[in-house]
Design a protein around this ligand. Sequence first.
Ligand code: ARG
Length: 458
Amino acid sequence: MASPSRSGVFAAETDQRLEAYAESITFDSRLYQQDIRGSIAHADMLRSVGLITEAEFTQIRSELEVIRGRLDRGELPLRFELEDIHMHVEQALIDATGDVGRKLHTARSRNDQVSTDVRMWIRETLDTIDELLVGLQRAFLSRCDEDFDVILPAYTHLQRAQPVLAPHYWLAYIEKFERDRGRVADCRARVNQSPLGIAAVAGTTLPIDRRQTAAALDFDGITANSLDTSSDRDFVLESSFVLSMIASHLSGWAEEWILWSTVEFDFIAIPQQFCTGSSIMPQKVNPDTLELTRGKSARVMGSLQTLMLLVKNLPLAYNRDLQEDKPPLFDAFDTTRAMLELATPIVAGAKLKRESIAARIEKGYLDATTLMEWMIRKGMPQRTAHHLVGAIVGAAMEKGVPLAELPLETLKELSSEIDESVFEVLGTKNAVAAFCSEGSTAPERVREQIAVWKRRLA
Ligand code: ARG
């Protein structure tokens, strides 16, 4: 059977190879809920402006509901010659209602229809992603009180840098995912403008009411320019960037915890429900979920690249290339959702290995910068103090001891400014307690931030 999109202008049948090449039903059938909802709103608008009768609308709506039920149950046969979900629904309507169904596509093109469906789909999925982000933030927050007394090394260049409270780490991730939530919200606002009624590219000569369909479909407004709208896939790219940023945050976190779970670090135990064994080495408990999170992030970022390349050379307006936006879009969402769903129980269930962390926390001179700032408070210029503390660290390395175990005489030999009150800032515990600036790991500041997030995530 010929596709209803093939008008009387065609004298030749479609080559079978083109049908298989051009179909999108194998992936866009997942838009059927949005497609049917959009069609009902469109038909309702056609009725209110007098383009179809009340009786025709009632018949179209009830048949579309029947078709939705058939799609729910997987009972609508999918056929390549009908190309996509939009033509499948319309053809099923025509099969059931004849000329009445032939009126549904009045003042509409697949170009505005597909954009409407995808925008509704993205909007719902962004809401799901937002809920998952909040769940993950709550998991990090749930650790903050119990881990409050654990001091961890902060790293720069993956070299030990300064001591921080464990909850300072958890709050760092909460901040990253909060920025992601902000991006989700910004993106959603741009997604949520109705393209319906721009028709193919120039609008329509028929007396439609775009604002009615926009309101019925919970859009915030209507797009302003038909030419722009017909070509626009910014909302697909932008949402895929938002997902890529989330994926990047998750991948960095996964990498960190993979390192932390090694014998070399031995900072954390990943819940065993999320680890796998080896088929040959009996001792192995591998962090595969985290490795897959790191790995799957590449798919999300790859989807963004695919989409960027897809649109970059397209002249206005709709081009069939745009059909290729859906596989990467769907994959990016599915992958990011799965990553978030697994990250949350791992974050909530992992255990810090307190003894192992404490056994090596005084290694690496995490308190050196605090000592330098103590000298600055005594009136020494920063560059002088920086140089001096370097020499003190050198002396401690030679003796193989932490700064707090250097004898006072040795310290005094290196600087006459030093007295025994210096020991009040040496050692990681004292060093952490000495912090005060806003945003720092000072225990008081961290406590304030935990309280802020408990309120915000309540
Ligand atoms: N399946 C197509 C897509 O996703 C629908 C639009 C086809 N439009 C057209 N003028 N051939 O882009």
